[in-house]
Design a protein around this ligand. Structure first.
Ligand SMILES: Nc1ncnc2c1ncn2[C@@H]1O[C@H](COP(=O)(O)OP(=O)(O)OP(=O)(O)O)[C@@H](O)[C@H]1O
Ligand SMILES: O=P(O)(O)OC[C@H]1O[C@H](OP(=O)(O)OP(=O)(O)O)[C@H](O)[C@@H]1O
Length: 354
């Protein structure tokens, strides 16, 4: 694509951001695909022009901003971005690096949901066959990491520094002058951190561990955990549209907590119609006060009629209704608005539509 067309396309998209909620998502790496799956399950539909890092949603006033996971806390905490998906470690690193800055107090990010994927630990690691067995023994020695803020804060505690350490790093990731008071010498490297000890650059490292394969292959062992991490949904402390933030969070929560789909039985018992029904519909179950039942069943009229059963709690009923899979996200939003609770969505493994 020629640069002029690309710039004009970008300008057009940028021009339409003002009336949209901005949602930052990982543009690459191991968090990208599970995030895209989550957006799909939440019925957040968008077209992304190739090479553009901004995509306008089709069915909601949202714009997706594709960013490196490490940068997302900055854009959410200090920019105009309202929502983000990244690793908890990245949020903690951002907060460590900006600790004490005014913007951190006013800006900053809030964790909304643990998304249940991308689990790993930021750990202090030393040579398996070396003498060191406790992080305190690394004080004053060389430590290499990609997480300079968290490492500086961790070792400042070990060294007994009081209060919030100004872990601000300079552009090339070196510890700033303010941190020269640290006895431990913390060095930034962007990747392959596990090689630092073998190459004689470090006595220990602070790096992420998921399966532990890299650590063991590099002849290292973990002696402490700095942060337990998982992918998280974060929001800015002053979102531009609170109700839309809540709606998206609620949809994402519904996707990550939905019951695992039952293993499908032999499909030979399914006539095409039944099979199609099982594929096209989901079963939506919820509780609602009898006074709100009419409003709720207008949202979920079912294929023929919803099933209503009384609950032990007086004036409350349970409703079960088939809903078109493509409509379920909006249906759940509408049910929440009318006051339905305990909304469950179950896949239909088999059906006899009759
Ligand atoms: N084994 C792992 N290594 C690195 N990050 C991991 C791992 N397991 C889970 N994560 C999560 O993924 C985040 C890194 O995602 P990111 O896309 O920035 O880097 P990446 O997946 O290593 O991709 P790239 O190497 O292209 O930067 C981490 O901050 C952490 O939250
Ligand atoms: O415990 P494991 O499952 O082995 O995963 C941990 C490794 O994965 C990450 O490296 P990545 O693969 O992203 O390459 P990098 O070293 O270039 O960051 C991380 O920095 C560790 O080295």
């Amino acid at each position: 694509m020629d640069i002029h067309r690309k710039v004009s396309q970008h300008t057009d998209v940028l021009g339409s951001l003002n009336d949209r909620l901005l949602f930052a998502v990982p543009k690459k790496g191991r968090l990208q695909q599970p995030t895209l799956d989550l957006l799909k399950g939440s019925d957040i539909q968008f077209h992304r022009h190739s090479r553009l890092d901004i995509a306008l949603c089709i069915n909601l006033p949202i714009a997706l901003i594709f960013l490196p996971a490490a940068d997302i806390p900055t854009f959410v905490g200090e920019g105009r971005v309202d929502l983000g998906i990244t690793g908890r470690d990245q949020v903690a690193e951002h907060q460590a690096v900006t600790a004490g800055e005014a913007v951190a107090a006013d800006g900053g990010v809030e964790e909304v949901l643990d998304l249940g994927f991308g689990k790993c630990r930021l750990q202090v690691q030393v040579p398996e066959k070396g003498e060191i067995t406790d992080p305190v023994e690394l004080v004053g020695k060389n430590v290499v990491t990609s997480f300079v803020g968290l490492s500086a804060a961790y070792f400042s505690k070990l060294e007994g520094h009081q209060g919030v350490i100004d872990a601000e790093v300079t552009i090339n990731g070196e510890i700033s002058e303010a941190n020269k008071k640290l006895k431990t010498k913390i060095k930034y490297v962007g990747g392959s951190v596990e090689a630092a000890c073998a190459l004689g650059v470090a006595d220990g490292i602070v790096d992420l561990v998921e399966s532990g394969e890299t650590m063991r292959a590099a002849g290292l062992k973990a002696i402490a955990t700095v942060v337990e991490s998982t992918a998280v949904l974060i929001k800015s402390k002053h979102p531009s549209n609170v109700s839309l933030v809540n709606l998206i969070a609620s949809r994402i929560k519904g996707v990550i907590s939905k019951a695992p789909s039952p293993s499908s039985p032999h499909m030979h018992t399914n006539s095409p119609t039944n099979h199609q029904a099982a594929q096209k519909y989901v079963l939506c179950q919820y509780n609602v006060h009898r006074a709100k039942l009419d409003s709720a069943t207008q949202v979920t009229p079912g294929r023929r009629a919803p099933t209503i059963t009384s609950l032990e709690e007086p004036e409350w009923v349970a409703v079960s209704s088939m809903v078109l899979k493509k409509d379920i996200a909006v249906v759940m939003d509408e049910l929440e608005k009318v006051g339905a609770t305990d909304i469950l969505v179950l896949d239909i493994a088999n059906s006899r539509t009759g």
